[in-house]
Design a protein around this ligand. Sequence first.
Ligand code: BES
Ligand code: MN
Ligand code: ZN
Length: 499
Amino acid sequence: MKIRVETGPIEEIECDALAVVAFEKESPGGSLAWEVTKAVNGLAGKWIEEMCQSGEFSGKLFETAILYRPSGLKAKRLVLVGGGKSDKFTGVELRKAAGAVVRALRSKSIPVVGLALETGGGLEEQVTAAVEGAILADYEPDQYKTENKKGQPIETFLAVAPGGDPALEGTARRAQIIAESQNFTRSLVSEPANRMTPAVLAERAGQVATEQGLECEILDQDRMKQLGMGALLGVAAGSAEPPVMIILRYRPEAEAGSGAHLGLVGKGVTFDSGGISIKPSENMEKMKYDMAGGAAVLGAMRAIAQLRPSIAVTALVPAVENMPGGRAQRPGDIVRTLAGKTVEVLNTDAEGRLILADALTYAKRLGCTHLVNAATLTGAIVIALGQVNVGVFSNDDALREKVLAAAKAAGEKLWPMPLDDEYKEQLKSAFADIPNVGNRWGGAITAAMFLKEFANSTPWVHLDIAGTAWLDDSKPFLAKGPSGVAVRTLVNLAVNWRD
Ligand code: BES
Ligand code: MN
Ligand code: ZN
């Protein structure tokens, strides 16, 4: 999708459809609370006002209406998109409203689409939200549909900001990089497990590295054996697909004093059958998204390489398939982690924490001073937070605050979870240093407590994205399937890093 910022007079803008936001009648300022909407209403013979007054258009979030050949505008169509209550309308709603416009028009194969932004303050935030929302909405995981594809991608999206500063072009460019990287993540996650093996994921990471100028290193099974990554290798043992550890490195030009080195670690289980502790077959097909954390980290690196922040960033993605083959690890097996701690594998379906344990340890060996991992780690986080919030766990208040601030700026929802020492009671093994599971209660927390043992004294944040990395149903502004959650947060964290 091509992106442009239009700062000229609104009546002069040539496009197939120009969208404006109208609000619910009762909200402050009424339906036409925005100046830009009022201006367009005046040009187009009060169509907007009449539609809203009559109640035919309620202004509810994401409602759309289309007028063909509006008078007074060069645009071929005028589109109304509902903004809900004007005083509740923030960047988050704008991102979704832009998405709703794109999806409504995409389904009609309309190529050039603009969205009018409110004149005056906050244009940077508006351009960012509109551009991101448009690009994210245009993504459809239909690469394997050979017929009955719904609609066509939008060709050009215009962020319409009459009288705006031409420097907004740069803002739009950054938003485009981030949203396209999030779509890259979604495209990785949408691949079925027969086409997205650990080796394929490594290949795709290598392509990104070549295209964007990152250093890429792939540790193979032999190297991991030499190093002693017993926890990771144990998970991989049941699969015919060999595991890999993907490492991407970004280095800023001039080491900007700080010395901080961010490690982004992502769970890359390309399929989670559960292993010998096999999962029920219902919904098992969804477990191709168990590499969403790894894909988020790769997507973030794709953007970071282009936005060039001043902090060093290393990404690590342990990639394995969790299968119940004849060489699979068994419940009761004891493995030795890279850190030297032994783990009793009581449940082979708690595999994410095993591969992450070795990856976190290795990240520290590579010099990372701060660690952030993203993982579809537990069903328990879905019970706790539903499909709305990412669970945030941390051993360091300052880093947790940084991550929460980055998420807020990115418009992603994160919710802090506890890690009290009392939960550690559950992690006692009779025969090894630590078991890989606790009891039934607080499963997302005990999983995080397990990881914390390996982060140790290094500042660390764990994002459990099991509930948020996959949309079970499409939304007016997003396709069903992979969401690409955490990409924008991770990018903002690196780009806005302050010691
Ligand atoms: N990949 C799953 C977690 C998951 C569940 C992700 C549902 C997305 C949706 C993880 O590897 C897993 O199987 N966790 C187990 C842990 C249990 C065995 C302690 C779980 O959550 O049931
Ligand atoms: Mn599992
Ligand atoms: Zn898993």
